[in-house]
Design a protein around this ligand. Structure first.
Ligand code: SAH
Length: 366
């Protein structure tokens, strides 16, 4: 017997094909069903109140509807919220909600753990658990929407960044499918222009992404200006070195006024010299781009240090002096280990957790 399909991961077209073909139902049922999952974010068939009981039972017998369980929510002093979410097979992933003025950016995970082994990143220590399905990727957004409706009803998720756990382009097909789901007008209806996919630089996949249409914004975790240093801190550089990466990015098609974002984690004494700043601007010449400087966020056992504020400022000024826009990304949520590179899905002692209005409600989305 074939396994029941996972409703959350199916496109509207796939849902239609299944609902009309396998279940013998009229097509409009597919749209109803799809909206319940991707617009309303329900987590059970019983929540689908415009479907009759026999129909809900028929669905429950034939398709899976598994939503992530909200295991913990931590709130930072700066308003950032970190969600620890559990998959149906009890894998933990994390997602972060970052309020910024009127905007709220959600940082989502694409894998349980990560295979890339960047030396400065906490997620790397976990190794790769598994890829997330399209449904698991988008459901992070639906669980966060439900949480916000509860704790901050005036806020809406405006931007999505694939900068949580995992390497999105290593899970290419599922990430692409998740983008198609999140931007669907009958679902969350987010705009590609407000979605950014970040990568360590998987060159063939970047080229492939350039052929997709529509496509999200692209961010590259550069983090070094020589192959010597990058080889050490990001082993993927031994396969796709700086020259290969930058050549591919020069070919990457950008719409008008779009730019590539380069992330640059600042590590004291490793990549923060004036010579690095100068090399950085030279490397990126001819690529419409901006640089986000991310002061390294500490996590246990990592052999790095964050440069002093003066050193960071000097680096930023040097980059700007050469005509490259460089922004300093102040750490958000670092008091709850929610900042860049700190996601490791460790459960926290319960006294540190501030849940929303409904304490211990594990199915906030219901
Ligand atoms: N694997 C993808 C998606 C993760 S994005 C990628 O690397 O692009 C996470 C970002 O946080 C990356 O830019 C990474 O370089 C950065 N980062 C990782 N560990 C960090 C740390 N400890 N402090 C600050 N930034 C870190």
């Amino acid at each position: 017997m074939s396994e029941k399909p996972d409703l959350r991961s199916l496109s509207l077209e796939e849902t239609s094909a299944f609902v009309t073909g396998q279940l013998g139902l009229p097509k409009y049922r597919a749209e109803q069903l799809w909206r319940w999952v991707h617009d309303k974010g329900v987590s059970t068939f019983d929540d689908m109140t415009n479907l009759s009981k026999p129909l809900r039972e028929q669905l429950a017998d034939n398709v899976r509807l598994e939503t992530l369980r909200v295991d913990q929510v931590q709130t930072s002093k700066d308003g950032t919220r970190k969600l620890r979410l559990l998959t149906h097979d009890d894998r933990a992933i994390e997602s972060v909600l970052i309020p910024d003025g009127d905007k709220t950016t959600q940082c989502i995970s694409s894998q349980v753990g990560c295979a890339l082994d960047c030396k400065f990143c906490a997620t790397a220590k976990l190794g790769l658990g598994r890829h997330l399905s399209p449904g698991e990727i988008v459901d992070q957004v639906y669980r966060a929407k439900a949480l916000l409706a509860d704790v901050a009803p005036d806020r809406r998720i405006t931007n999505i960044v694939y900068m949580g756990m995992g390497e999105p382009l290593h899970n290419y097909d599922n990430v692409l499918a998740s983008l198609r789901l999140l931007t669907h007008e009958l679902g969350a209806n987010l705009s590609y222009r407000r979605i950014t996919v970040s990568t360590v630089g998987l060159v063939p996949k970047i080229a492939k992404l350039g052929e997709e249409s529509p496509r999200p914004n692209l961010a590259i975790s550069l983090n070094a200006t020589t192959d010597e240093v990058r080889d050490q801190i990001m082993p993927i550089n031994r396969k796709f070195n700086l020259a290969k990466l930058l050549d591919t990015l020069r070919e990457f098609p950008l719409e008008k006024r779009r730019r590539i974002t380069f992330e640059y984690v600042m590590l004291a004494g490793v990549n923060d010299s004036a010579a690095d700043a100068k090399r950085l601007t030279r490397l990126l010449e001819g690529i419409p781009c901006k640089v986000n400087l991310i002061p390294w966020n500490p996590h246990e056992g990592a052999p790095y240090e964050r440069p002093s504020p003066e050193a960071i400022e000097a680096f930023q000024n040097e980059v700007k002096r050469h005509g490259l826009p460089a922004y300093l990304r102040t750490p958000r949520g670092d008091d709850i280990d929610a900042a860049c590179g700190q996601l490791a899905a460790r459960p926290q002692a319960s006294e540190h957790i501030q849940l929303g209005k409904k304490p211990r409600d594990r199915s906030v989305g219901a």
